[in-house]
Design a protein around this ligand. Structure first.
Ligand code: SF4
Length: 161
């Protein structure tokens, strides 16, 4: 007999499973989803893989991603090896494809964040702010020629990007 917690919902029923090889006898499940989970877990366990990939976009070193569906648990290491080789070099929206057919599972990996798009917007805003003020000796000056104490920090931040 094997015992597993069902992860199909937050209740987390403790399932007791006896797998005869022909059929699974399950106890402890409060609903049919637990039965289905137990059978899948015993025969061909699957998971949604959630991780990050690197990017070459300034200010956004990593992008959160996930598989657009479940993949076999035994394929997770292979999927991670493929994802570790990826460096995103373009803007992506949440839901955009990062990798097709990960580990040959027929499942896409998609972005789960708009961080790249948001980063670009911030960069544009900062560039516009720099054009308004004139940087003097590392200190940003406002339009009324008063020194902006945070200007140098802002300027160096833009340089970093
Ligand atoms: S058996 Fe049903 S109620 Fe219990 S954790 Fe699984 S899905 Fe939730």
């Amino acid at each position: 007999m094997k015992q597993l917690y069902c992860i199909s919902c937050p209740t987390g029923c403790l399932l007791s499973i006896i797998d005869s090889g022909v059929d699974c006898h399950v106890k402890g499940n409060a609903c049919d989803m637990g039965l289905s989970f137990a059978k899948t877990e015993m025969r061909k366990p699957t998971r949604t893989l959630t991780t990050t990939v690197r990017t070459s976009i300034p200010g956004v070193p990593v992008l959160p991603v996930r598989t657009d569906g479940e993949i076999p648990k035994v394929k997770i290491d292979e999927a991670m090896r493929e994802l570790n080789k990826i460096v995103v070099d373009r803007e992506l929206d949440c839901g955009d494809t990062v990798l097709e057919n990960v580990a040959g599972c027929g499942v896409r990996v998609i972005a789960t964040s708009d961080a790249l798009r948001q980063s670009n917007s911030k960069f544009d805003i900062q560039n516009q702010q720099l054009q308004i003020g004139e940087p003097v000796g590392g200190i940003q000056r406002n339009q009324d020629n008063t020194a902006n104490k945070s200007g140098s920090e802002e300027r160096s931040h833009v340089k970093t990007i």
